[in-house]
Design a protein around this ligand. Structure first.
Ligand code: SF4
Length: 405
């Protein structure tokens, strides 16, 4: 399988030819998928990063000196899932002794801790529980919004919508309309994995197709629910399939404009049925970040993933076209279950941004600036705003979990 960026037996394209292509992208010409593949595979690394950074600067104009981060918490309501994705280390099949469901009281408590620590966003994530239809999500969203209206509910995604609609026997339009009315603000881009049919079927045979994922996102955008889009790279897809993933998203974005950001990250290979090391190297990841900035002339934000590739590489993304480092993540259990060991905190993200040459700024879900950290002397000193894995953000006994199926 042709996976590596540049195979040693392949002729490297002429640098002037590739530089012309980069110059043309910087000048605002839309690059084709074929050109994106050429650049991804062959463009000199530094020239690629320079072009992506130039495009970022042009896009953000007088805000180009900033790079943003977010404080949010990923709250998992259940690990019980019927979809059994091979890459997933988080789920347990219905009836499994390690399956759990967090009750509303526990979820609200976690929200209260998040508020206490300055979070502006909650990302509810969980398995496709066989009993959880639209009503379950309506109740959870309504309960959170009633207690914490200040929290943006940037949660779930097309996969959960497909699942809840089937459980409840309603259309996805009805599901989206109802959970939006209950309090959902926007969809997270999870579940995209890779949208291209061949590799998607290999890693997630029971999940909806990539076309269906995009169709549901398009419906959501039409109903006023915006989202992000993600890419989990490194599960064995070819370079061409990587670029095809981008093309599929760009085509939908041309019609809807509803994707706020694009977030590529790397597959984590531990404790799952896919096994094997990730097939996305640091260089491949950084090249993907840069090509994404050049390719997505219609998506404003591009997020570097420090959680999966590490803080130093996350910092480097800010020189490869990224404008955002994502969240401190007061809690994250899904990706970390598969081996992502990196942890950070607010002060560290601020420092990563500042030492990359940019002014750090905390943003909210809508990318509005919440706090600008213009003067290092005034940087927040709040040791509690730290990323946690499989834990709670404030030290206290965990509440018992209930029913498993
Ligand atoms: S990735 Fe999501 S849908 Fe797939 S098995 Fe894990 S929890 Fe279930």
């Amino acid at each position: 399988m042709a996976r590596l960026c540049i195979a040693y037996d392949e002729p490297v394209r002429s640098t002037p030819e590739l530089q012309l292509l980069l110059d043309s992208a910087v000048a605002g010409t839309r690059i084709t998928p074929e050109q994106a593949l050429e650049l991804y595979r062959f463009a000199p690394f530094h020239a690629l990063g320079r072009a992506a950074d130039q495009v970022r600067r042009q896009r953000f104009g007088d805000q180009a000196h900033l790079a943003t981060y977010l404080i949010d918490r990923n709250i998992n309501y259940t690990n019980v899932c019927t979809t059994a994705c091979k890459f997933c280390a988080f789920y347990r099949a219905p009836g499994h002794s390690q399956g759990w469901v967090r009750d509303t009281e526990e979820i609200l408590h976690r929200c209260s801790e998040a508020v206490e620590l300055g979070a502006t966003q909650i990302m509810l994530q969980g398995g496709h529980h066989p009993d959880f239809g639209v009503e379950y999500y309506e109740n959870i969203f309504a309960a959170i919004k009633a207690e914490y209206p200040q929290l943006a509910l940037h949660s779930l995604g097309a996969s959960e919508v497909e699942h809840m609609s089937k459980v409840s026997g309603v259309s996805v339009e009805e599901s989206i309309t109802r959970i939006k009315a209950a309090g959902l603000d926007s969809f997270a881009g999870a579940g995209a994995e890779i949208l291209v049919a061949r590799p998607r079927t290999e890693i997630a045979p029971l999940k909806e197709s990539g076309e269906r994922w995009l169709e549901i996102m398009e419906i959501a955008h039409g109903l006023g629910v915006e989202s992000t889009a993600t890419f989990m790279m490194g599960t064995g897809e070819t370079n061409a399939e990587r670029i095809e993933h981008l093309r599929m998203i760009r085509d939908v974005q041309d019609r809807t404009g509803g994707f706020r950001s694009f977030i590529p990250w790397t597959y984590q290979p531990e404790n799952n049925h896919l096994k094997g090391r990730t097939q996305a190297s640091v260089i491949e990841y950084l090249r993907m970040v840069a090509v994404s900035r050049l390719f997505f002339d219609n998506i404003t934000h591009l997020q570097g993933s420090w959680l999966t590739v590490g803080k130093e590489v996350g910092q480097l993304t800010l020189h490869m076209g990224a404008d955002d480092l994502g969240s401190v993540m007061l809690e994250e259990n899904v990706v970390s279950s598969a081996g992502a060991k990196h942890r950070s905190n607010r002060g560290e993200l601020i420092s990563l941004i500042r030492t990359s040459g940019r002014i750090p700024a905390q943003r909210n879900t809508l990318y509005e600036i919440v706090e600008l950290h213009a003067d290092p002397a005034n940087d927040p000193i709040d040791d509690a705003v730290v990323s946690h894995f499989s834990s709670i953000a404030v030290d206290r006994p965990i509440l018992p979990v209930v029913s498993t199926s």
